[in-house]
Write a protein that binds this ligand. Structure first.
Ligand SMILES: [Zn+2]
Length: 238
């Protein structure tokens, strides 16, 4: 199981780790480390990219994934050389990319806070997609004429951005997580994320420290899709 050092600090872009495994599977060449600052794709958040180096070689990380046991696979290619098991390596995450992904993810959570604040009836949040292209939050339920809500959701959301609301991250036990229906790798703790003044939800993503870091958000559209409502958004400054 890889120790996940990105969980409690979004802004660590460089660190050290030890090589646990160098291998290849159907996805590609991979590295497993004892700990990592690379975010593995999941929870609607795109994985980090970056590079892992030592005096023996350089590995370019393009995709990161976690398996069901909480093992993190850093996929990519050796630019040169290779690593041996137990070797100490330098990790460097693309910091600008990470900051953007954190702002996008936090914006999705804050969008839900805006919907909560507006007390739009009949909507239950189900999932979020926080990739730079096509970010959205989805709800169970439909609205009549959903586009009529766009301007008020956008207005309240941007008011919440300006209120500089702090993000609160809390670690919870595996048992507490199961009670809330939050997936957590076997034997690991989970955590919840919330903006101050709003309810928390289970989330393993990377987040900003405060809403003001997100900057202005634009609601692109609100559309009914079968039994759900999708609210698409984007950041004004990227
Ligand atoms: Zn989340």
């Amino acid at each position: 199981m890889t120790k996940l050092n990105y969980l409690f600090d979004t802004y660590i872009f460089e660190s050290l780790a030890k090589v646990a495994e160098v291998g290849e599977n159907e996805i590609g060449k991979y590295l497993i480390l004892d700990e990592t600052i690379f975010y593995p794709q999941g929870g609607g958040q795109k994985s980090d990219s970056g590079r892992i180096t030592s005096s023996q070689g350089t590995f370019i990380v393009s995709v990161v994934r976690m398996d069901q046991n909480g093992q993190v696979f850093h996929y990519g290619e050796f630019e040169n050389g290779s690593f041996v098991i137990g070797e100490s390596v330098d990790l460097k995450v693309d910091g600008e990319g990470r900051k953007l992904l954190a702002r996008l993810h936090s914006a999705g959570h804050l969008l839900d806070c805006a919907v909560t604040k507006l007390q739009i009836p009949g909507l239950k949040p189900t999932k979020g997609f926080h990739f730079p292209e096509g970010s959205y939050v989805e709800y169970e339920g439909n609205l009549e004429n959903p586009m009529e809500y766009v301007s008020q959701v956008e207005k309240v959301l941007n008011e919440l951005v300006e209120q500089d609301l702090k993000v609160k991250i809390k670690e919870i036990t595996e048992e507490e997580a199961k009670k809330c229906g939050i997936w957590v790798p076997e034997g690991k703790s989970a955590r919840t994320v919330s903006f101050e003044g709003f309810s928390s939800c289970g989330c393993g993503g990377t987040h900003v420290k405060s809403s003001v870091e997100i900057g202005k958000v634009k609601i692109r559209k609100m559309v009914n899709k079968k039994g759900s409502l999708r609210i698409s958004y984007k950041l004004e400054e990227v």
